[in-house]
Design a protein around this ligand. Structure first.
Ligand SMILES: C[S@@+](CC[C@H](N)C(=O)[O-])C[C@H]1O[C@@H](n2cnc3c(N)ncnc32)[C@H](O)[C@@H]1O
Length: 494
């Protein structure tokens, strides 16, 4: 793994002054946060964009088996574990575990870890990667040979499409996919190998399909029937056809499977030569908001995590193919609602949360946390600023207001539960991006630090990545470009 340069520089514009474009809304509370935590902001080359995103994992042994764009890199986790002085015997938590990077690095270092996530394909990814030291390599080579030499029998099984995934594959590819799926389930191979085969098929879905992940939705190839049908209608109505992209020649199921399996065999062979010290990791399938409150207090030595950002990105749409393939069906709507509120479709979760806390005899805790979020001056200011923008007709979707309020309220519950479940001395690393809506900058890093402090944590540092993020083209055209921070935030339970 890559060694990190311990070089850090503070740049003048790490601090910024204009939170509300053209001074439309009050900004005192946000300025007060900047004043309070300004000394903690440190622009550093130690955490660059590659390290804090999945990019660095793309070529990593084992971590590259599943591409999860929203993930952070194994190097980042390793660096934070070293910084937090976490050793074998300690226990780490990742309440938004995604593809399991935190758990996997912990496993490789012999550190215990618990993760929580909702997505089925993330669980499958973890189940398959976590077994790397246990795979029967002879059997994997046997599977490779079988796939090379045999054609799986056709099956009547159909891909369990959702409305938004219909026509995502060329017809023959979809038939092959289901044939291989059925074949692997019935082959005389062990259960671990079956899980691995399913994981490979799942992680190849994008590559073999007419879709590409990017932005908030799946992008579609112009050859997909869905696009062709839509264009027929558009033309009939005298409208311009949708362009759609062209992905070029798509790999077949067999070809993509063999390529992935080949790499896995090489990685597993290498890793099995030096297994790590024994340790325990567990990925809980559930909603962090409801799982954390039931967890035992003071058990974690550190937290490394990155929640969904407050940027309207919908995991259930981006990963619709994978979730559909794994049988989510109509439950996709429930899954969307269970995610932390980061899309305009998310409805409030407070009634369910109140019920949960009541059911475990901790309603007082619920009231206290809710009170903390509701009385946070900066959050009140952000909510009011967005209301003012909406009254001026500047917010392009009024549900953004609800999303922002819910997002920070829900995170306050997470912070309070992290505080409760951490041991004294434990540190938390929280990766997030600042955002801007309708000319109002929301300093997510400062606001989260403030909320975390109000539930008990001591703020330690806010590492700022040297490359900032831009804004959407509409925002840039209207309000100018504001460089938004991407931060690795550190707090401690003292
Ligand atoms: C930024 S990704 C985490 C990626 C992870 N660090 C990795 O390296 O793969 C955020 C994750 O939070 C999960 N998530 C969102 N809301 C959740 C909730 N309420 N409970 C549990 N997980 C949730 C999403 O499914 C997503 O996988």
């Amino acid at each position: 793994m890559r060694q990190l340069a311990l070089l850090s520089v503070v740049e003048e514009d790490t601090l910024r002054e204009e939170f509300s474009h053209a001074g439309v809304a009050p900004e005192e509370a946000r300025l007060a946060l900047e004043k309070r935590y300004g000394d903690l902001l440190e622009e550093t080359l130690e955490f660059d964009r590659q390290l804090v995103s999945f990019q660095a994992n793309k070529t990593e042994i084992l971590h590259s088996w599943v591409k999860y764009r929203e993930g952070f890199s194994a190097d980042l986790v390793e660096s934070l574990l070293a910084r937090f002085d976490i050793h074998p015997g300690d226990r780490i938590l990742d309440p938004f575990a995604g593809s399991g990077t935190t758990l996997l690095v912990s496993q490789l270092l012999g550190i215990d870890a618990v993760g929580i996530d909702l997505l089925a394909h993330c669980h499958l990814a973890w189940e398959a990667k976590a077994q790397v030291f246990n795979y029967d390599l002879e059997e994997l080579r046997h599977i490779r040979q079988l796939v090379l030499e045999k054609t799986p029998p056709a099956t009547a099984d159909k891909f369990p499409h959702l409305r938004i995934t219909w026509s995502a594959f060329p017809t023959q590819t979809e038939r092959d996919l289901m044939a291989y799926t059925h074949w692997f389930e019935t082959l005389d191979i062990n259960a671990q190998s079956k899980i691995l085969c399913k994981m490979i098929l799942t992680s190849n879905l994008e590559a073999i399909s007419y879709t590409r992940k990017g932005g908030q939705y799946l992008r579609w190839d112009q050859r997909a029937e869905k696009i062709r049908e839509r264009n027929k209608k558009r033309l009939a109505q005298g409208e311009k056809p949708i362009q759609g992209m062209h992905k070029g020649c798509l790999p077949g199921v067999k070809e993509a499977f063999l390529e992935a399996l080949e790499k896995i065999i090489i990685d597993a062979q290498l890793l099995q030569k030096s297994p790590p010290p024994p340790s325990m990791q567990r990925l809980v399938k559930g909603n962090t908001l409801y799982v954390l409150p039931k967890m035992e207090a003071e058990q974690f030595d550190g937290v490394i995590t990155s929640p969904p950002y407050a940027n309207r990105y919908d995991y259930t749409r981006t990963y619709a193919l994978e979730e559909a393939y794994l049988g989510i069906g109509k439950d996709i709507f429930k899954l969307r609602q269970r995610q932390i509120s980061c899309t305009v479709e998310n409805r409030p979760k407070l009634a369910a949360l109140a019920e949960l806390y009541r059911s475990i005899g901790k309603y007082g805790r619920y009231e206290h946390v809710l009170d903390t979020a509701r009385h946070n001056q900066a959050l009140i200011e952000v909510n009011q600023a967005l209301q003012m923008r909406e009254a001026r007709g500047e917010v392009n979707n009024s549900s953004i207001l609800r999303m922002i309020e819910q997002y920070f309220t829900e995170l306050t519950f997470v912070f309070a539960e992290l505080y409760r479940t951490c041991k004294h001395g434990a540190q938390v690393a929280f990766v997030n991006d600042n955002v801007r809506y309708a000319g109002e900058v929301i300093p997510v890093d400062l606001l989260c630090t403030n909320l975390a402090e109000q539930v008990g944590f001591a703020p330690v540092k806010i590492y700022v990545l040297p490359q900032r993020k831009g804004n959407s083209s509409q925002q840039m055209a209207k309000y100018g470009r504001v460089a938004l921070r991407k931060s690795v935030i550190i707090w401690q339970k003292e």
